[in-house]
Design a protein around this ligand. Structure first.
Ligand code: ZN
Length: 262
């Protein structure tokens, strides 16, 4: 911001701009606390395009390629590698290059799925991966909607959240998960019986539950607490009907012969 203060074009607006950043930081980017500031058309246009001008810069490139992420911090998909503006720059161009407003995300989350939706009425808003520390715990699971043969997948907040957290998570899930999520769940669900049988050809309900627990432990390790995989397995583990269905399907699955060991 110091370099902007020395520039005659920006100088008259720097104080307001700093104030906007401070309000953002104090409220954790809450759209209920941060109102878009009217900087006038030409400043607004320049603020908006700052991100594009700096897209290849070291800082933004490093943020985009941030390693160590187990899944998209916004939607839980296994893909990462993009950056999303938490408060969209169409509405809040003043935060176009604010680091706290730039969250690592998958391409889907950054490609406008949130559009210009900022909130759904207090307290319904998106989860902020930097400020909402409580969202690091398991916050959702996937309910398998019957009939199991043609299941559909309903994202649900975990039952142990506070009322406000529950509202935030519900709004978030309703707005970030797209068709790729539903396709991915359907593919995984239909391949599960075969996978289970390969690992244990004589499944019982008990051994199946142990396998799901093991799969969940692997998912937590590899794709994180709130990745799609972990949310699906949590949903299955809490659903006796789903467990029984998977056991019967696994029973009926014909596996191809194992390839000979070399
Ligand atoms: Zn995503």
């Amino acid at each position: 911001m110091n370099s902007f203060a020395k520039d005659a074009f920006w100088a008259p607006h720097v104080a307001d701009w700093i104030l906007a950043y401070q309000t953002y930081q104090a409220s954790g980017g809450s759209p209920f606390a941060v109102s878009p500031h009217d900087f006038g058309a030409s400043i607004t246009a320049q603020q908006y395009s700052l991100y594009d001008k700096r897209g290849g810069s070291g800082v933004l490139r490093r943020m985009r390629r941030k390693g160590g992420l187990k899944s998209c911090p916004v939607c839980g998909s296994p893909v990462t590698g993009s950056l999303d503006h938490y408060l969209p720059r169409d509405i809040y161009p003043e935060f176009a290059i604010m680091r706290a407003n730039l969250v690592p995300a998958c391409q889907h989350c950054n490609s406008g799925v949130k559009g210009t939706t900022v909130h759904g009425g207090d307290p319904r808003r998106f989860i902020h991966p930097y400020y909402d520390q409580w969202a690091a715990q398991a916050i959702w699971f996937i309910q398998i909607m019957t009939p199991y043969q043609a299941a559909t997948f309903k994202p649900r907040p975990m039952p142990n959240l506070t009322v406000t957290q529950n509202d935030i998570v519900s709004f978030h899930l309703e707005n970030v998960l797209g068709s790729q999520f539903h396709l991915s769940m359907a593919t995984h669900w239909s391949s599960l019986p075969g996978q289970l049988k390969i690992r244990d050809p004589a499944l019982t309900s008990e051994s199946l539950k142990r396998q799901i627990d093991l799969e969940l432990a692997v998912a937590l390790h590899s794709t994180g607490q709130n990745g799609w995989q972990a949310a699906l397995l949590r949903g299955i583990r809490g659903d006796a009907g789903a467990i029984e269905y998977l056991r019967r399907e696994a029973d009926a699955t014909e596996l191809p012969p194992m390839p000979p060991m070399l």
